[in-house]
Design a protein around this ligand. Sequence first.
Ligand SMILES: CC(C)(COP(=O)(O)OP(=O)(O)OC[C@H]1O[C@@H](n2cnc3c(N)ncnc32)[C@H](O)[C@@H]1OP(=O)(O)O)[C@@H](O)C(=O)NCCC(=O)NCCS
Length: 104
Amino acid sequence: MMIGFADVGPTTKSGVAELYAIYLDPEYIAKGAGKVLLEACIDYAGRNGFKAMIATVLTKNSLARAFYERRGARALTETETLIETGGTKEKVISYLWDNLQQAD
Ligand SMILES: CC(C)(COP(=O)(O)OP(=O)(O)OC[C@H]1O[C@@H](n2cnc3c(N)ncnc32)[C@H](O)[C@@H]1OP(=O)(O)O)[C@@H](O)C(=O)NCCC(=O)NCCS
């Protein structure tokens, strides 16, 4: 049974990975699965030579923003921009994890 997923990969910037998505079935939110998924992504990025990881999220997504902040990410306030998505305009903001653990 699948209860959620996360996807991490490269960006155009050398050494910087991106958490493209992290989603849980609503029934499984706040039960520890998000933490496991995020830590697996951070670990994967570090082991694959990335020094940092970013994630971009809707400014209004306070649940995900608080979750990222509790897990060591810093809001890059200067990145906040308005985007057009599905016919509506929404603000997004990027988060940064730096000093990722490097592989030996
Ligand atoms: C963002 C998201 C993945 C975060 O997952 P989450 O379930 O809230 O995160 P966690 O599983 O780590 O749980 C959060 C809290 O629940 C607590 N918790 C409750 N029951 C727990 C349990 N049984 N085991 C471990 N932790 C538990 C944790 O302590 C944690 O608190 P902390 O961070 O202060 O330690 C999830 O909210 C989600 O899928 N949101 C919708 C999609 C979305 O917005 N994605 C981001 C944009 S792409």
